[in-house]
Design a protein around this ligand. Structure first.
Ligand SMILES: NC(=O)c1ccc[n+]([C@@H]2O[C@H](COP(=O)([O-])OP(=O)(O)OC[C@H]3O[C@@H](n4cnc5c(N)ncnc54)[C@H](O)[C@@H]3O)[C@@H](O)[C@H]2O)c1
Ligand SMILES: O=C(O)[C@H](O)COP(=O)(O)O
Length: 591
C-alpha cells in the first residue's frame, strides 16, 4: 500500500487586523493563523513556526523577534511605513520585507484634508459642544482654506495627492522635499522651496508627508514652531515622532500656533499622562487614532497587494515591491524567472560536480574556487537588472554546502553572503550574435583557475585525467565552465567542462566521464539495474570543439554520459563503475 506524505503547508501569521480580501488569496495554499493581541513575548515564542508574517503598524518587528524567526521568508507590511520593521536585521537574515506603496495613498490624503477642514472649521469642538447641549456659534467661527498657503513637507505620493485636492480648494501650494520630482510638483501647481524654513514661515497650514527616518525624526520642534505664523495650523498624518509633541503642546497653549490635526503619535496608543495624551485633550487639537489608512478601500488594496506578494515569495518568485530588494517590473520578472532557475541550477551543478567525485584514484575533492565570471548572452543582455540571477548563482553555489544549517539565500542577502564568504562574481553581458545558436539567450559560468605566470595557456587542456596520466598542478588547472540555456521553461546544460551536449538540469543525475567507445552505456545501465536504480533519461556529451582542437586525438576518445535516475545512487554503486569498461570518473548531482 502506497502511503502519500504531503509536505506541510507554509504557515502565515497575521497578528493584526488585515482585510479578508487579500487573506482569501492565501487560504487553501497556506495555513493562515490570525492571532490578534499577542504580547511581544508570545509573538517571539511562536514566530519560529512561520514562513510569512503580515503586519500593520502595531506589531514591532524587532531584531530580537527576527532572531527567533528561523523559517521566516517574508515580512509583509499591509501599508506603506516600515518604521516598525527592523529592515536591516531582516536583510541580514535574507528575509524579504514587502509593503504596499500605493494602496492607501488616497485614504491618507483624504484623511489629511478631513483633518485640515476639521481644524479650520472647529468641527471636533463644535460637535462636542452641540452634543453637550450648547449652541456656541460665535465661539466656533473658523477660517477658509481658499486663498491660504498649504506648506507640504515631503512631496511624495501622499503629499502630491494632498496638493492636488487642495489645489481644487484654491489654496496656494508650496513644498519642501529635496528629492521631489520638479515636473510632478509643477504639474500639481506646487512651488518647491529650497529649505524647510522657507515653507514654515509662509504656511497657513503645514502638513507632513515624509517617512519617519533619521532626517525627519523631530523635524518640527520648538525652534521650527517659533518661525511659524501664530495663525498657522499643523497637520500630521505621516508619523508620530516627526513633531516634538511637548513643543507643539506649549505652542498651542501659548497661542503661537492656532491649531493641529493629528493622526499619528510618538507612542501608539499614547501613554497616559504623556504629551500626546495632553495634546489629544487640548481644545485646539483634532485627533484621530492612526486612521489615515483606515478606509474599506485602502484596506482591501493593501491586503491584496501584500498577500499577492506573500504568495509570490512563498512560491519562490519575486515580489513586486520589496523594501530591501530591487524592484523588478512584472514583464521583466517573467523574462528572468526561468533564468533564475537555470542559474541556480548551474551554481549548484558547479558545487556538486566539481567539489568531489570518484575517479580511478579514489574520491577526489577539489577546493571551491571563489572567482566566477558569469556571462549573459542574447535577450538577457537587455535586462534592466541581473540581481536575481546573481542571487540565484550565490544560492546555487552555496546551498549544497549550507542547506543543513537552513541559511536562507536570496536576492535580499546574496551580495552580503557572497562577500562574507569571499566569493567574487563578475557579471557581464555579451552582445555577440547568437543567431547560429538554437536558443535565444544563454548563460556561461566560468570558475577561474589560479594561473602561474609561467603557465599562460590559450586553449583548454584535459584535467587530471587518469587516462593520460597527465598530472596537472593546481595552479595549472584550466577554468571550469558550465553553459546553459532555457527552452520551453526548462533549464538545459549545454556545456559541462570540456564536454558539449544538451541535458535537462533536473532531478538526480549520474555524470560519468568515460572513453567514447562502445559498451559504456550497457555496462553502466547493468550496474545501476543491479542496484535497483532505474534510468529515466540519458544524454551523451562529446568533447567541446575547442578541447578537441587543443588536444586532438589524445582527448578525442572521451565523453560525458549523463543519466537521469529515479533515486540517489549509493557511493558503493558509483565506486563499482570506476575503472571498469573505460569509466574514468563519476559523480551524482541533484538539481
Ligand atoms: N497615517 C496613516 O495611516 C498613513 C497612511 C499612509 C502613509 N503614511 C505615512 O506617510 C508617509 C509618506 O507616504 P508616501 O506614500 O507619500 O511616501 P513617499 O515615499 O511617496 O513620499 C515621501 C516623500 O518624503 C520625502 N522626504 C524624505 N525625507 C525627507 C526630508 N528629510 N525632508 C523632506 N522630504 C523628505 C521623499 O523625497 C518623498 O518624496 C509614509 O512613510 C507613512 O509613514 C501614514
Ligand atoms: O504607513 C501606513 O501605511 C499607515 O500608517 C497605515 O498604518 P496601519 O496599517 O497601521 O493603519
Amino acid at each position: 500500500m502506497a502511503i502519500l506524505v504531503h509536505a506541510p503547508k507554509p504557515r502565515v501569521l497575521i497578528p493584526e487586523k488585515v482585510s479578508p480580501d487579500g487573506l482569501a488569496l492565501l487560504k487553501g495554499q497556506f495555513e493562515v493563523d490570525e492571532k490578534k493581541g499577542l504580547s511581544p513575548e508570545e509573538l517571539k515564542s511562536i514566530i519560529g513556526n512561520y514562513e510569512a508574517l503580515i503586519v500593520r503598524s502595531e506589531t514591532k518587528v524587532t531584531a530580537e523577534l527576527l532572531t527567533a524567526a528561523t523559517k521566516l521568508k517574508v515580512v509583509a507590511r499591509a501599508g506603506v511605513g516600515v518604521d516598525n520593521v527592523d529592515v536591516q536585521s531582516a536583510t541580514k537574515q535574507g528575509i524579504i520585507v514587502v509593503n504596499s506603496p500605493s494602496g492607501n495613498i488616497n485614504a491618507a490624503a483624504e484623511h489629511t484634508i478631513a483633518l485640515m477642514m476639521a481644524v479650520s472649521r472647529n468641527i471636533g469642538d463644535a460637535d462636542a459642544s452641540l452634543k453637550s447641549g450648547k449652541w456656541e456659534r460665535s465661539r466656533l467661527v473658523g477660517v477658509e482654506a481658499k486663498g491660504k498657503t498649504l506648506a507640504i513637507v515631503g512631496l511624495g505620493k501622499v503629499g502630491l495627492t494632498v496638493a492636488r485636492i487642495a489645489n481644487g480648494f484654491g489654496m496656494r501650494l508650496i513644498a519642501y522635499d529635496p528629492y521631489a520630482n520638479p515636473n510632478l510638483a509643477a504639474a500639481a501647481s506646487v512651488t518647491l522651496k529650497p529649505s524647510l524654513l522657507d515653507i514654515l514661515k509662509e504656511a497657513d497650514f503645514l502638513t507632513l508627508h515624509t517617512p519617519l527616518i533619521a532626517s525627519t525624526r523631530g523635524m518640527i520642534g520648538a525652534a521650527e514652531l517659533a518661525t511659524m505664523k501664530s495663525t498657522a495650523r499643523i497637520l500630521n498624518v505621516a508619523r508620530g515622532g516627526m513633531i516634538d509633541e511637548t513643543a507643539l503642546l506649549e505652542a498651542l497653549t501659548a497661542g503661537t500656533i492656532a491649531g493641529a490635526g493629528i493622526d499619528v503619535w510618538t507612542s501608539e496608543p499614547p501613554e497616559p499622562e504623556s504629551p500626546a495624551t495632553r495634546l489629544i485633550a487640548h481644545p485646539k487639537v483634532v485627533s484621530t487614532p492612526h486612521l489615515g489608512a483606515s478606509t474599506k478601500e485602502a484596506q482591501e488594496n493593501v491586503s491584496i497587494d501584500v498577500c499577492e506578494q506573500v504568495v509570490s515569495i512563498l512560491s519562490g518568485e519575486l515580489p513586486r515591491s520589496a523594501v530591501n530588494a530591487p524592484i523588478i517590473l512584472p514583464e521583466e520578472y517573467r523574462t528572468l524567472q526561468p533564468f533564475v532557475t537555470l542559474v541556480e541550477k548551474m551554481g549548484s551543478l558547479y558545487t556538486q560536480h566539481y567539489s568531489s567525485h570518484f575517479t580511478t584514484s579514489g574520491k577526489t575533492a577539489q577546493q571551491f574556487r571563489t572567482t566566477f565570471d558569469i556571462t549573459y548572452e542574447g535577450s538577457l543582455t537587455n535586462l534592466n537588472t541581473t540581481k536575481p540571477l546573481f542571487a540565484a548563482l550565490v544560492k546555487g553555489l552555496l546551498t549544497p554546502f549550507t542547506s543543513s544549517d537552513g541559511l536562507n539565500i536570496n536576492i535580499v542577502n546574496a551580495e552580503l553572503l557572497a562577500k562574507e564568504r569571499g566569493i567574487l562574481i563578475n557579471e557581464s553581458r555579451s552582445r555577440e550574435n547568437i543567431e547560429d545558436k538554437p536558443y535565444s539567450s544563454f548563460v556561461t559560468l566560468r570558475a577561474r583557475a589560479s594561473r602561474s605566470p609561467s603557465h599562460q595557456r590559450t586553449g583548454l587542456s584535459r584535467s587530471n585525467s587518469p587516462a593520460t596520466s597527465k598530472s596537472i598542478k593546481p595552479q595549472e588547472q584550466e577554468d571550469q565552465v558550465i553553459q546553459g540555456f532555457v527552452s520551453a521553461n526548462k533549464s538545459y546544460i549545454s556545456r559541462l567542462d570540456r564536454f558539449k551536449g544538451e541535458f535537462v538540469a533536473r532531478g538526480t543525475l549520474l555524470i560519468c566521464r568515460n572513453f567514447d567507445s562502445c559498451g559504456k552505456i550497457g555496462f553502466v545501465g547493468s550496474v545501476l539495474g543491479k542496484a535497483g536504480v532505474n534510468i529515466k533519461s540519458m544524454s551523451v556529451a562529446p568533447l567541446h570543439e575547442e578541447a578537441e582542437e587543443v588536444d586532438g586525438d589524445v582527448e578525442g576518445n572521451e565523453a560525458l554520459m549523463i543519466l537521469g535516475v529515479d533515486k540517489p545512487v549509493d557511493e558503493s554503486v558509483v565506486k563499482r563503475l570506476i575503472g571498469e569498461q573505460g569509466v574514468l570518473e563519476a559523480n551524482v548531482v541533484t538539481l
